[in-house]
Design a binder for this molecule. Structure first.
Ligand code: NAD
Length: 258
C-alpha cells in the first residue's frame, strides 16, 4: 500500500503549475492518483477544461481579483473545491533598492503577496463551507527568512507570505485545515536562470560564475531540482504531516537552517 494512498482521488488545486516547481508538484500529485486542477497565468482558456482524465486547466492571474473570483466559482460549479490547495505562482525582479522601480515593487507584491492573500481567502472560505479538513501549502522562499542583495521587493514579499501563512494557520486550525509554507533554496527553474543572468549583470559576473557561487553556498554541494520541493509538498499534503501547521519548512540543501 502506498504511504500516500489517501491522496487517491483527492482534489488538489495548484496555482502556478505551468512550469518549474509548480509543474513538478502537478506531476507528483497526478502520479498519486489525485484529481488535479492547474491554474496558471500562461493558460489561455478562461473556462475550466478537463484536458486529460482527472486533470483540469484554467487561466488565472492571481494579481487580478476578478479572475480569482471567476476561477473559484468554477471550482464550486464543477464540484472541484479542493482538499489540498497549493499556491506556487510567483515572480521576481532584481535591482538594488535605491535604483529600483516602484512599479516593479508593486508588481512583485501584487503577485507574490496579494496573490497568496486573494487565492487563500477565497478558496479556504469554500473549503470551510464544505467542511473540508484539508491542507493549504504555500510556496514561500528562503528569501522569506533572509535578505539577498538586489532582491528587496522579492525578499519583503516572501517575508509577508510567511506572515500570512502563520496567521491563516492560526485562524483555521479549529476547522482542521492545516496551513504550511515551503521555503525553497536555489532551485533550477526558468525564474532562477533569469535571476542568474540579471543578477550577474548587476555584479559584473557571468551566469556560469553565479551558478558556481550558488553551488558553493549550498552545504550539500548541489542546487535543487523542482522535484526536491514537490516531494516536501507531497509530505505536507499527506497523513504523515497531520500534526503540523503554521510552519515554514526549508528545502535548501542546508543553506538556511532557521
Ligand atoms: N526557483 C527558485 O530558486 C525558487 C526559490 C525559492 C522560491 N521559489 C518560488 O517558487 C515558486 C515557483 O517558482 P519557479 O522557480 O518554479 O518559477 P517559474 O517562473 O518556473 O514558475 C512560476 C509559475 O508561476 C506562474 N505565474 C506567474 N505569475 C502568475 C500570475 N500572476 N498568476 C498565475 N500564475 C502566475 C508562471 O506562469 C509560472 O508557471 C515562486 O513562488 C517562487 O518565488 C523559487
Amino acid at each position: 500500500m502506498s504511504l500516500f494512498e489517501e491522496l487517491n482521488k483527492k482534489i488538489v488545486f495548484v496555482v502556478g503549475g505551468a512550469s518549474g516547481i509548480g509543474a513538478a508538484i502537478v506531476e507528483t500529485f497526478r502520479n498519486e492518483g489525485a484529481v488535479v486542477v492547474n491554474a496558471d497565468y500562461l493558460y489561455e482558456n478562461r473556462q475550466l477544461v478537463a484536458s486529460q482524465e482527472n486533470y483540469w486547466q484554467v487561466h488565472l492571474d492571481v494579481a487580478n481579483e476578478a479572475t480569482v473570483e471567476q476561477v473559484v466559482s468554477q471550482l464550486v460549479e464543477h464540484s472541484l473545491v479542493p482538499d489540498i490547495f497549493v499556491e506556487v505562482a510567483g515572480i521576481s525582479t532584481m535591482d538594488f533598492l535605491t535604483e529600483s522601480q516602484t512599479n516593479d515593487f508593486d508588481r512583485v507584491f501584487a503577485v507574490n503577496t496579494r496573490g497568496v492573500y486573494l487565492t487563500s481567502k477565497l478558496i479556504v472560505r469554500e473549503m470551510q463551507k464544505q467542511h473540508k479538513k484539508g491542507r493549504v501549502i504555500i510556496i514561500a522562499s528562503q528569501a522569506g527568512k533572509n535578505p539577498y542583495r538586489g532582491m528587496s521587493a522579492y525578499v519583503a514579499s516572501k517575508h509577508a507570505v510567511i506572515g500570512l501563512t502563520k496567521t491563516l494557520a492560526l485562524e483555521v486550525a479549529k476547522d482542521q485545515i492545516l496551513v504550511n509554507a515551503v521555503c525553497p533554496g536555489i532551485i533550477e527553474t526558468k525564474m532562477k536562470h533569469t535571476e542568474r543572468e540579471i543578477g550577474g549583470q548587476l555584479r559584473n559576473m557571468t551566469a556560469e560564475e553565479v551558478l558556481a557561487e550558488d553551488i558553493s553556498q549550498v552545504p550539500i554541494g548541489r542546487t535543487g531540482q523542482p522535484q526536491d520541493v514537490a516531494n516536501v509538498v507531497l509530505f505536507l499534503a499527506s497523513p504523515l504531516a497531520s500534526y503540523m501547521t503554521g510552519q515554514a519548512i526549508n528545502v535548501t540543501g542546508g543553506m538556511t537552517m532557521h
